[in-house]
Design a protein around this ligand. Structure first.
Ligand code: ADP
Length: 228
């Protein structure tokens, strides 16, 4: 486990301008390895979501570079980045971001459809993944018919379905009970161990720390320690 897949070099992020400027990241140096399950922890507002959004190519750094699979995501053109993300990165947002008019299976199928697979293939594979996250029988439910925890599991299945090399999750177990949370983490750990996927997980949930290969602690825009 020593191939560097993500390389953050002196990343700074400032939101807003002049008197409204908020410095969210203050010089982040971080290397993440292929097949690693890396957790990011730290108090609210310390910059965790900002950092993973830069890694996922959703947000540009103000200074410094972020190379993901050898691509400088801060400098890539938007159109290039859309394709790169669709192929290589799965993102579980804190707010789930499910499409309300689509069923659970259709929501999960979206990344495959974007990558050009047929509807039937995509929905069939979505059903397999929904089963893995404990939602067998709920394939046809709309998001509004699902609990918060069930919606979270749909969002996780959607991030995993196209088997992206990198999966970035913001508080993936925040709405889950203990047993569902452990089940999801076992699935994520299995993907890292068996398929060599790399996971970066922002969490406050100390019940899942045991699944991490390394835990990076952040405070006030900096990484203050990394523990194995
Ligand atoms: P965390 O995920 O650790 O809670 P964030 O990355 O969300 O931290 O936020 C880091 C800092 O950046 C906070 O001070 C937050 O208020 C600020 N921030 C985050 N997003 C924005 C934004 N879009 N505009 C202005 N400030 C922001």
């Amino acid at each position: 486990m020593n191939e560097i897949i993500i390389n953050c070099d002196d990343i700074t992020k400032v939101y807003g301008k002049k008197e409204n400027a908020v410095t969210a990241l203050r010089g982040i140096d971080l290397q993440i390895y292929k097949g690693e399950l890396f957790m990011l922890v730290g108090p609210s507002g310390c910059g965790k979501t900002t950092l993973i959004s830069i890694i996922a190519g959703i947000l540009d750094p103000s200074a410094g570079t972020c190379e993901v699979l050898s691509k400088d995501v801060g400098k890539a053109r938007q159109s290039e980045l859309v394709n790169f993300r669709a192929k290589n990165i799965g993102f579980v947002f804190q707010a789930f971001n499910l499409l309300p008019a689509l069923t659970a299976a259709e929501n999960v199928a979206v990344p495959l459809l974007i990558n050009g697979f047929s509807l039937k293939h995509s929905v069939d594979k979505a059903a397999i993944l929904l089963d893995k996250v404990g939602l067998k029988g709920r394939e046809k439910a709309l998001p509004s018919q699902l609990s918060g925890g069930q919606q979270q599991r749909v969002a996780i299945a959607r991030a995993l379905i196209h088997e992206p090399k990198i999966i970035v999750c913001d508080e993936p177990t925040s709405s889950l009970d203990h047993v569902s949370g452990q089940k999801i983490m076992e699935l994520m750990q299995e993907l890292c161990r068996e398929k060599g996927n790399t996971m970066i997980i922002v969490t406050h949930d100390n019940r899942i720390f045991k699944y991490a290969d390394r835990i990076g602690k952040m405070d006030d825009g900096r990484i203050v320690s990394i523990e194995s």
